[in-house]
Ligand binder design. Structure first.
Ligand code: ADP
Ligand code: XUL
Length: 602
């Protein structure tokens, strides 16, 4: 498809848990082709992996073999070569990688990387694991083995909220600083032999460059050690990461200053967000596949960060991903951290941040309610017809709300439970079931959406104050008192802020009734859209490369959002026809905040 025209091409690579994907776009952001290699299918036996990873159920450790990733790069490019892909037209490459994972280069590895050449075999032959990497495997984001590290990171920062203020997130098992600490303590000599530590994103960019490149600033925010406001590593967190914090690591023979210098060197500098490339592709790829020697490599970023690059997402726009779990991403200038969500630097807009809220109880919780109504009405298993019919009948908020957590929830932090409450005689009354069990349908969509609305509020900017919003806020507080979310007091602007545009993606966005209901509650001011972007993060990577190339050609910044908006295929968006019930759901906000106060925790 691409072979006949002479247009410039861009590649977006996506190194995820289960596959390496390569997406090809042209300079008008047209998606031309996709290539991929699935790890289980291609390397399952050789590396004994399942779903891309090695898991130890006892310790909770989950890792991915670095050699497998190296093999997959040659594999997918060889496939492309076999299909006569015109590598010589590729001008720029960027991409998206699973977040938080880390790769540990030995001194030899750093040097081997600069000597890659086509005569010495494949990447995996030249960067063999025991020689080039001090640890052969990379911790995976699903890892759960760092419980002790969570405790020390939060206690040294003060508490979960303070760590979130500093680094954009509370401590999480998967975050890189904690994973490095575990290795630095348990396998000290291997840690000490480590010359450099890359994130998965900077690892992949480094391999293409044939030299080590810096950790990308937006992805660095997934480490729990990077002070986002000061734009530098936090020394206390670095000391923990290196296993030398004087309050928790009592080995007095350790030379603290030397260890801090050493970990800073291992991690390398973090360059502020830029459009500038990190260099040109190395000779190995030129000779082996026919890339031109000036193909630019732009910094790679994390997969969620790359996802927001695939759409014209401006400040205060949000992306609601209704997959197995629900993930909400938004673009904001407002650095307003909380222990219940994440803030990262935006990968292409230096003044902006990306907010991310991750819920466990998304589709599976809705499916349980669907199954319950299907059973009641004798409907077919798995069919959403009855669920939709009930949802459509609900035309207003009727003062009752349920919280449905068949799984323990991250946001808010709560154990598995179901809670239903009604607003009666000016107070909240808990009930074990509704008069009509059909009410669970509306109630689950309402409470899931209101939870997003409550937590998005602090991250959104208010566009001027309206007296209407002021009145709504006053009557809310009069009725419910001050509203607290996750221990933090909400104020007038956080409770009355509205998103500009809302985009819905993921499996459940196929359901227009769910999307309409959610839209009516979120109350966007500039429209709601449903969009199908099956390869969003790889596409975001390719767009980042073509944007970087356009900026470099102009030798100046081009606003990322303008760049995407100018060329974006708006026909791919489906506008959602909805009724705005934003005002009516102030009551729901008050009720949900009240109900969350009494949720059970583990
Ligand atoms: P993943 O997170 O695995 O990528 P998907 O984005 O494919 O998941 O979403 C899968 C979920 O989408 C399923 O769990 C299912 O409940 C939900 N889903 C798919 N179609 C519908 C529908 N018509 N109505 C509601 N939910 C749906
Ligand atoms: C985000 C996270 C996952 C991985 C998936 O914090 O851990 O979304 O990035 O690849």
């Amino acid at each position: 498809m691409t072979a006949n025209s002479g247009q410039d091409l861009f590649l977006g690579l996506d190194l995820s848990t289960q596959q390496l994907k390569v997406i090809v776009t042209d300079s008008s952001l047209k998606h031309l082709e996709t290539f991929n290699v699935e790890f289980d299918q291609q390397f399952g036996e050789k590396y004994s992996i399942k779903k891309g990873v090695l898991s130890d159920d006892k310790s909770g450790e989950i890792v991915s073999p670095v050699n497998m990733w190296l093999e997959s790069i040659d594999f997918v490019f060889s496939e492309m070569k076999r299909k006569k892909f015109p590598f010589d037209r590729v001008c720029g490459i960027s991409g998206s990688c699973q977040q938080h994972g880390s790769v540990y280069w030995s001194k030899d590895g750093v040097s081997n990387l600069t000597k890659l050449n086509v005569k010495s075999g494949e990447l995996v032959d030249q960067l063999t694991s025991n020689e080039s990497f001090t640890f052969p495997n990379s911790p995976n984001w699903q890892d759960h083995s760092t419980g002790k590290e969570i405790e020390v990171f939060e206690s040294i920062a003060g508490d979960s909220g303070k760590l979130a203020e500093l680094t954009g997130s509370r401590a999480h098992y998967r975050f890189t600083g904690l994973q490095i600490r575990k290795l630095a303590i348990n396998q000290r000599s291997k840690y000490q032999e480590t010359e450099r530590i890359s994130l998965v994103s900077s690892f992949l960019a480094s391999v293409l460059l044939g030299k080590l490149t810096e950790i990308e600033q937006a992805d660095a925010c997934g480490m729990n050690i990077y002070d986002i406001s000061k734009q530098e590593y936090n020394e206390e967190m670095l000391a923990l990461t290196a296993g030398v914090h004087p309050k928790v690591d009592k080995d007095h023979s350790i030379d603290y200053d030397k260890e801090i210098e050493s970990i800073k060197k291992k991690l390398g500098e973090i360059k502020p967000i830029t459009y500038k490339s990190n260099g040109e592709i190395c000779q190995y790829f030129v000779d082996k596949y026919g890339f031109k020697s000036n193909t630019k490599i732009y910094s790679f970023t994390g997969d969620n960060l790359a996802t927001i690059l695939s759409l014209p997402l401006a400040e205060n726009d949000i992306l609601v991903s209704l997959g197995t779990s629900t993930t909400v991403l938004l673009v904001t200038k407002n650095y307003c951290p909380s222990s219940q969500y994440h803030l990262f630097k935006h990968p292409t807009m230096p003044e902006h941040y990306m907010g991310m809220i991750c819920y466990c109880n998304g589709s599976l919780a809705r499916e349980k309610v669907r199954d319950q109504v299907n059973e009641k009405y004798g409907e077919k298993d798995g069919d959403w017809k009855k669920f939709d019919e009930i949802l459509n009948q609900s035309t207003h908020f009727d003062n009752q709300l349920g919280i449905y957590f068949p799984l323990g929830e991250i946001v808010p932090n709560a154990s598995a439970q179901i809670k239903r409450s009604k607003w009666e005689n000016d107070k909240l009354v808990d009930v074990t079931k509704w008069e009509n069990s059909d009410s669970d349908v509306t109630s689950i969509i309402e409470s899931q959406t209101l939870s997003c609305r409550l937590r998005l509020g602090p991250m959104l900017e208010v566009d001027g104050k309206s007296s209407k919003a002021h009145d709504l806020y006053n009557s809310l507080v009069e009725k419910f008192g001050d509203i607290y979310t996750d221990g933090k007091k909400q104020n007038e602007s956080s409770l009355t802020a509205r998103p500009k545009k809302v985009y819905f993606v993921g499996g459940a966005s196929n359901n227009m009734n769910i999307v309409k209901k959610m839209s009516s509650i979120l109350g966007s001011t500039e429209g709601n859209y449903r969009v199908e972007i099956p390869n969003a993060c790889a596409l975001g990577g390719a767009f980042k490369a073509s944007w970087g190339y356009a900026c470099e050609t102009k030798n100046d910044w081009i606003d990322y959002n303008e760049y995407i908006s100018d060329q974006f295929d708006y026909k791919s968006l489906e506008e959602v026809d909805t009724t705005d019930r934003w005002e009516e759901y102030f009551q729901g906000i008050g009720m949900l905040a009240e109900m969350e106060k009494s949720l059970k925790k583990d």
